[in-house]
Design a protein around this ligand. Structure first.
Ligand code: CMC
Length: 431
């Protein structure tokens, strides 16, 4: 970051100058940190579309060009040449791991895969109809209670135990997800296997039955690893900003990522992947080929889920990668899902329609990911839980960045538009 030029602002006839700062990719910002002290004014930016909430070294997005890089490395190269755990290491620690470092990281994650037996009782305490995101957020919070040394809310101590806590969360979030699936179906829980890799172990925890071990095809394992990798981090999105916000108050890593899960749940954020499949199923059931739905979306009667993005005004590069992966995994599994055809038609129609072109609405990561998860056998209401497993490294890296570099609690201001001062009216006089 460098400070070279100034931005001038005239308020009530007086000129004030503020430094302009530039990021390593030439992104420019007006540094308004002294604005209120100097002028009494604050900035107003509903939805934070023009606000840089932090300086970060983790991920870079150029939404106009459709670029996403983690620690400088393009997502396309990671998708083609890396794995989820290798990418997780890069995101958390800033460099690609050397072979020995990756082995150690993997071993730490494998060793942490089991949950304390008491968790069975926690799961039994939830009704089978519980939404898996509610269970996941609760369980991640509960997990901190089992590791008090790692979740002390004493910043120095939490950082001292950071490596253990990070590996533990990446590992156990997957075990929690699988146990939630089995609890809701009334199936016996599986124990993790140390001999399996991250994704295969997850599929074993999910789908192995007492009478039959589940062995995934290489295509399924690869597609799921790619899904996790593509979700591993994404700059200051709603859930990551939430994690940073919670962390800024000094809260431990477990509490912060549990809050991230809650933020992710909504349909405008991580909930969009299941909303896409529900939308495609509705279109299919109604006999529409997608054209009526496009009209409804243009008239504000419907929203084309999996389309549009606050930052990308071009193709989300993750959607391009996953669009191709969807095709090949379906082929490999010998599946012919009519939803994929409808998705392709919707994409073509939207890309040539003025409404979508003018608003620069392109497919985002969620547009094809649901189709792939469905093909793997993941139920629709678990899709956002899958997103959370993938996003865990990003949340962890952002928590670490806040814990290591930021001393200030995040505390935005507001413009109050409620009533002016008025007197309390006693109950008998409230007409
Ligand atoms: N279908 C139809 N119209 C849309 C859509 C859509 N999916 N997205 C945006 N628009 C329209 C919107 O109505 C508005 O039109 P107008 O200017 O006429 O009022 C214009 O495009 C700008 O939209 P916006 O709502 O101001 O954009 P935003 O930056 O606030 O919202 C978004 C971004 C992702 C919430 C939104 O595009 C959306 O709701 N998309 C569908 C949900 C979705 O797929 N979310 C996943 C995002 S990617 C995963 C993640 O990072 O979490």
């Amino acid at each position: 970051m460098s400070a070279e030029s100034q931005a001038k602002i005239i308020l009530d006839g007086k000129e004030h100058a503020f430094p302009v700062i530039t990021g390593t990719e030439s992104e420019k910002a007006i540094d308004v940190r002294k604005l209120r002290n100097e002028t009494g004014y604050i900035t107003y930016d509903d939805g934070y579309g023009n606000t840089g909430s932090c300086q970060s070294q983790i991920s870079f997005i150029d939404g106009e060009k459709g670029i996403l890089r983690h620690r400088g490395i393009p997502i396309e190269q990671l998708a083609e040449r890396s794995t989820f755990l290798c990418t997780a290491y890069l995101i958390i620690y800033g460099e690609l791991p050397k072979a020995a470092e990756l082995d150690k990281f993997r071993a730490k994650i494998a060793a942490a895969s089991n949950l304390h037996e008491d968790f069975r009782h926690h799961f039994q305490g939830f009704p089978p109809s519980s939404h898996p995101m509610a269970v996941q957020s609760s369980m991640l919070s509960a997990l901190g209670c089992y590791y008090p040394k790692m979740s002390s809310n004493d910043r120095e101590q939490d950082l001292e135990y950071f490596d253990d806590a990070a590996a533990l969360l990446i590992s156990k979030v997957r075990t929690i997800a699988a146990m939630t699936y089995r609890m809701r179906k009334g199936l016996p829980f599986n124990y993790p296997r140390r001999d399996l890799r991250y994704v295969e172990n997850f599929l074993h925890l999910m789908f192995t039955e007492p009478y039959a071990e589940y062995v995934p095809s290489p295509e399924v394992s690869k597609a799921l690893d790619l899904f996790f990798l593509l979700h591993a981090d994404h700059e200051q999105n709603c859930s990551t900003s939430t994690v940073r916000m919670v962390a800024s108050g000094g809260a431990n890593l477990f509490a912060s990522v549990a809050a991230g899960v809650s933020a992710l749940w909504g349909p405008l954020h991580g909930g969009a992947n299941s909303a896409v499949v529900r939308m495609l199923e509705q279109i299919h059931a109604s006999g529409d080929d997608g054209s009526q739905f496009i009209e409804d979306a243009k008239n504000g009667k419907a929203r084309l889920m999996g389309f549009g993005h606050r930052v990308y005004k071009n193709y989300d590069p993750r959607a391009k990668i996953f669009g191709k992966a969807a095709e090949s995994v379906m082929k490999a599994l010998g599946l012919d899902d009519p939803l994929l055809d409808i998705a392709r038609k919707l994409e073509q129609a939207a890309l040539s329609d003025d409404y979508f072109v003018e608003r620069k609405l392109y497919p985002n990561v969620d547009f094809y990911s649901g189709i792939v998860l469905k093909a793997i056998g993941i139920p629709t209401d678990m899709f956002t839980v899958m997103f959370a497993i993938g996003r865990m490294p990003g949340w962890i890296a952002n928590w670490k960045e806040v814990a290591e570099t930021s001393k200030r609690i995040h505390r935005p201001r507001q413009i109050y538009i409620g009533p002016n001062q008025r007197d309390y009216v006693s109950l008998d006089k409230r007409g």
